[in-house]
Design a protein around this ligand. Structure first.
Ligand SMILES: Nc1ncnc2c1ncn2[C@@H]1O[C@H](COP(=O)(O)OP(=O)(O)OP(=O)(O)O)[C@@H](O)[C@H]1O
Ligand SMILES: [Mg+2]
Length: 323
């Protein structure tokens, strides 16, 4: 768990909605309530979470971030709540993240990936303010501020039942939405200049400006990877720049513009950077979920509508649930 100490000073942007977001985040720093941050990848969710923590009363206590997608689900419970020796083969006495974060903040990234049952257990911990280690008998009182993030639109997660509504409402006391960069195009220049300075310093370079054409090029792009992607583009431009003192349009290496490709699905596929298998699998899951919904969850009717055998559908549903 690598910790970089980010504060509000690191959050750059002048766009009106962004300024409002930061204002609300600063209010959150004066409170003790849970925080729910939604936003696509690279929009600054972690930065916001850390900034809130390090501006809050808890700043001298731990800030711990755990990505729920990074661990096999059978380990996640023990990691969060701790384990007791002998509770399962190989289990040792170990405190979980809740105990480690005592007095501080625990950020649960991609909380929607957490298995449904575990989401229920988490809710109980948040409601009762104590944890019980896996296999343990004692209730351990905890004082931990919870923050959670999601990368997908909240209504989708709630609709598909990937995030428990009760858990969402419990954490979403303060709700913050980090907007994608394409919705704050007016900040591209400010951010690009900021990253230029930062990477100039890091690389001992003397590149003082970005040419007008280079800026135009930066503004024409839609940044599926958001601010992280913009930073990477500037970082690589700085290290590869041909001119000693300016970044030119040739230095800005942006993934080819895909607008000339007629088929939207192909554009989406290329942008996703996923394998064909994963991409098609996700579309398949979406279609199955939607069809299930229109058939009120009836598996036989859904299978018929999809032109597949009931067993095949059940197999696919089980597989999707395990993901
Ligand atoms: N407002 C901002 N000002 C300056 N830099 C920013 C801002 N927002 C994001 N960044 C930069 O973008 C990078 C990604 O931010 P962060 O890790 O907070 O994104 P995230 O939303 O948590 O992404 P993911 O969903 O992929 O975890 C950071 O390392 C930081 O350099
Ligand atoms: Mg993150």
């Amino acid at each position: 768990m690598e910790i970089k100490k980010y504060t509000f000073d690191n959050l750059i942007g002048e766009n009106a909605d962004f300024v409002k977001l930061i204002k609300n985040a600063k209010k959150a720093a004066n409170s003790n309530s849970s925080v729910f941050i939604s936003g696509e990848t690279g929009t600054g969710k972690e930065l916001i979470a850390q900034s809130i923590h390090f501006a809050s009363d808890r700043q001298d206590r731990p800030f711990i971030a755990q990505n729920c997608a990074a661990l096999p689900e059978n380990l996640l419970e023990g990691i969060l709540f701790g384990t007791v020796k002998g509770s399962y083969t190989g289990a040792v006495d170990r405190e979980g993240l809740f105990e480690q974060a005592e007095g501080g903040t625990l950020l649960l990234d991609e909380i929607s990936v957490m298995p449904y049952d575990l989401q229920g257990k988490l809710l109980r911990v948040l409601q009762e303010d104590y944890v019980r280690r896996v296999g343990g008998m004692n209730d351990i009182p905890i004082d931990v501020r919870i923050m959670a993030t999601i990368n997908e639109p909240i209504h989708q997660l709630l609709q598909y039942g990937r995030l428990r509504k009760d858990l969402f409402y419990r954490i979403n006391i303060i709700g913050l939405e980090a907007m994608p960069l394409r919705e704050r195009l007016d900040d591209i220049e400010v951010l690009a200049d900021f990253f230029l300075k930062k990477h100039n310093r890091k690389n001992n370079k003397q590149i003082w400006r970005i040419t007008k054409e280079a800026k135009e090029k930066l503004k024409r792009y839609d940044y599926p990877g958001n601010i992280r992607e913009l930073e990477n583009i500037i970082m690589s431009a700085v290290s590869m720049a041909t001119d000693e003192h300016k970044l030119t349009v040739e230095d800005i290496r942006i993934q080819e513009n895909l607008d000339h490709i007629d088929a939207p699905v192909l554009r989406e596929f290329i942008r996703s950077k996923k394998s064909l298998n994963d991409f098609v699998g996700e579309i398949e899951n979406d279609i199955i979920k939607e069809t299930l919904k229109t058939n009120d969850g009836n598996v036989s009717k859904t299978a018929e509508a999809l032109g597949m055998k009931r067993q095949t559908l059940q197999h696919k549903l089980r597989k999707a649930n395990r993901k």
